[in-house]
Design a protein around this ligand. Structure first.
Ligand SMILES: [Zn+2]
Length: 449
């Protein structure tokens, strides 16, 4: 048996409550929450004045392995993730080759078993001709099916224009179908117009004018119509507009919802004014839009029409991000800074600690039906993080852990610091140090109704 760990006098944030208690970890499990005497064989961590959260479950990341390991890999990005308080992640299928077969999917689990610092699952990809493969996904061992980054688009073959196939995808996919919701044919047509106007030198500020609010709204409406028709368990990825928030419900609990959604840190933090200073560093798909969109997303997050906060962590090299608009890929790294960014909003009075735990820890576990994680409960896996809310630190090249070595937050001072991260009862990150590597575990799931 491993040495039991006693976290003493932590301020615990869990299930809508804040209270001071000890947490005892034995082997991989939370053995007890309460008041425990210190035994001589315990490793004791004094958590007085610190906040103990369940580990963050980031339900939307791109770790780039295989195929784009110049940008990042499972080892480097999961290491950055645990330093950011993320103890589990769900990774998207647009690695190279795209994850369109069960063989390629299992290969990613093999890479992760060898090199992931955090617990993991990988989405099966759905493209324009692999539905027969996607429906074979084992939903007890895989988080869901997604088109993210594949965008239903393979070498110009737009599945959103193949109405019959799309209907089949919605009717035959079991489990969660997680959709990147922007109207691709309309975006293609619109970007052609901008190319003609600017002769390839399109300013990055035009990004939300090319990938517009309207195209998000049209695609999301269409997906919801199909999901309602076929009773599909639909999850709309990275909501970016105020208008779309009106399509989601908060009159029923998350456990009863058949249609759910999420918001990314960057859509809560940035708005289109920031293109002036940050340029292509904040080029994401869907685009960062107006202040009014950001306000609308905040409102829907706080009134529970939006269920999750995620990162869409998507590293690219700084050289790639430096190219002109059409060449510069969309996406940026986020996992190391997502929680401390949300805690900054807590310091500003925009969100409570309990709500942050709900949207980043509890709800991802409930939405994806992840077994025994996402809460501080006896018998649950000991995925935990300790936070000092008053330890200011500034993001700089020296402390960025992403393989790509940059962040859109460079120069930003955050008030809070993650001091300890426990994954499956192991202290995997403590006060800036990483003990010898202990692999994370494959997540398992209750199957969706
Ligand atoms: Zn994504």
């Amino acid at each position: 048996m491993k040495i039991p760990i006693l976290i003493k006098n932590a301020t615990i944030i869990n299930e809508g409550k804040i209270f001071v208690a000890d947490v005892l970890i034995e082997d991989e499990i939370i053995k007890g929450i309460g008041n425990f005497p210190i035994a001589s064989d315990y490793k004791v961590i004094d958590a007085k004045g610190k906040y103990l959260f369940p580990g963050i479950i980031d339900a939307h990341v791109h770790f780039r392995q295989p195929g784009f390991t110049n940008k990042g890999n499972i080892e480097t990005e999961s290491k950055a993730a645990i330093a950011g308080g993320i103890t589990s992640y769900l990774e998207m299928p647009n690695t190279s080759p795209n994850v369109l077969t069960q063989f390629l999917l299992e290969q990613k689990f093999e890479y992760a078993a060898k090199s992931s610092f955090a617990n993991y699952s990988f989405f099966m990809g759905i493209g324009s001709n692999n539905l027969h493969m996607a429906v074979r996904t084992d939903l007890k061992n895989v988080c869901g099916i997604s088109d993210d980054g594949i965008n239903f688009q393979i070498s110009g073959n737009l599945i959103s224009e193949k109405a019959e196939y799309l209907e089949k995808v919605f009717s035959e996919c079991k489990g969660i179908l997680a959709i990147h919701s922007e109207d691709d044919p309309m975006i293609e047509r619109n970007s052609k117009l901008f190319k003609e106007k600017y002769n390839e030198q399109i300013p990055v500020e035009c990004h939300p004018l090319i990938r517009t609010e309207e195209y998000c709204l049209i695609a999301t409406k269409k997906a919801i119509v199909l999901a309602e028709k076929y009773n599909t368990r639909l999850h709309i990825l990275h909501l970016s507009t105020a208008k779309e928030t009106e399509l989601f419900r908060n009159d029923i609990p998350l456990s009863e919802k058949k249609i759910t959604t999420e918001v990314c840190i960057h859509h809560l933090w940035f708005c289109d004014d920031d293109y002036k200073t940050l340029g292509a560093k904040i080029k994401w798909n869907p685009a960062i839009k107006t202040k009014a969109d950001r306000d609308g997303l905040w409102k829907a997050l706080l009134d529970d029409r939006i269920d999750l906060i995620v990162t869409d962590h998507a590293p690219h090299t700084i050289e790639e991000k430096g190219g002109h608009y059409l060449k510069c890929p969309s996406g940026a790294p986020m996992v190391q800074h997502s929680l401390i960014a949300m805690l900054e909003f807590y310091h500003q009075g925009k969100i409570t600690l309990e709500k942050i735990a709900e949207k980043m820890c509890h709800n991802p576990a409930l939405l994806y039906k992840i077994i025994n994680r996402g809460f501080i409960r006896e018998g649950y896996c000991a995925d935990l993080i300790l936070i000092d809310l008053n330890s200011p630190n500034t993001v700089s090249k020296d402390n960025i852990l992403y393989k790509c070595g940059w962040s859109p937050f460079e120069g930003q001072t955050f008030q809070s610091k993650i001091t300890h991260t426990f994954v499956n009862g192991n202290l995997v990150y403590g006060n800036g140090n990483f003990p010898p590597f202990i692999p994370g575990q494959r997540l398992t799931f209750y199957t969706q109704k």
